[in-house]
Design a protein around this ligand. Structure first.
Ligand code: SF4
Length: 249
């Protein structure tokens, strides 16, 4: 009996045309099934990579090479050194759902003439409880916070939602995986930015020397800081936000 293939997945496979880069994963169509590996291992001999099962991908994506938890699976810190084989389209769908949960459905949604995107103002207006304060930043500040949070060095999703005055991302800078609304990490980052603003941290003058120091820290992030730990002054998203403020980006 032929397995049922979700039409969304069938549409995705239909445009694969042999090989495709999907964020940090290279998908290659073979005579039988598909092979997947890290994009930076695209040219590596197959035998030099560890063969893993489709179900092993679920565990692989949980941590970085330094064993830090990956709260955002679209962060550009997927482990390298593996290869997986999907015997058919159904298995490919399972593999991609482990690697990038929900990405195929979002990709399909973004193919619509008018994709269903929830922009910052609409999204934050719906927030309740401790996230109500995410409505407070004006458009200029919300755009700065968004740029810092969704920067390519932190997330490979192509942001299709906007704040007035901020352009959307383009595939060439990010990936084929769209971001249709602000994520939980973004909401947490906005909360922290609002609190920093109230404490005067975002309005303090930053000297050229401090800007240089911020750049050095961004170039050499402290690997022990958890990605979602916005309490840490060394969190790279916080550092990037401060740098943008200093430059008036
Ligand atoms: S809101 Fe930004 S950080 Fe979150 S998934 Fe979308 S693009 Fe990535």
């Amino acid at each position: 009996m032929t397995a049922f293939v979700n039409p969304t997945l069938a549409a995705f496979v239909g445009q694969l045309s042999g090989e495709l880069a999907f964020a940090q994963v290279q998908i290659r169509q073979e005579a039988e099934g598909f092979t997947l590996r890290h994009i930076e291992d695209a040219g590596a001999p197959g035998e030099s990579l560890r063969a893993i099962g489709i179900e092993d991908l679920r565990l692989l994506v949980q941590t970085t090479v330094t064993d830090a938890f990956r709260p955002l699976k679209s962060a550009p810190n997927l482990r390298r050194g593996w290869r997986a084989h999907a015997a058919d389209t159904v298995q490919l769908g399972i593999a991609l759902d482990h690697l990038y949960p929900g990405a195929i459905a979002d990709w399909f949604a973004a193919q619509a003439r008018t994709p269903q995107v929830t922009h910052y103002r609409e999204f934050t207006a719906r927030q309740t409880g401790m996230y109500r304060i995410t409505t407070l930043p004006d458009d200029y500040r919300a755009a700065q916070i968004t740029r810092a949070c969704c920067d390519r060095r932190f997330c490979l999703k192509q942001r299709l939602w906007t704040v007035p005055g901020l352009d959307t991302d383009v595939v060439a800078d990010k990936s084929l995986i769209p971001c249709l609304e602000p994520c939980a990490l973004m909401m947490e980052f906005v909360r922290k930015a609002v609190r920093l603003e109230k404490e005067g941290e975002l309005s303090a003058a930053i000297s050229p020397e401090e800007v240089r120091r911020l750049q050095e820290k961004l170039d050499r992030p402290v690997s022990s800081i958890r990605e979602a730990d916005f309490e840490s002054a060394e969190n790279p998203r916080r550092l990037l936000l401060l740098q943008q403020l200093a430059r008036r980006d």
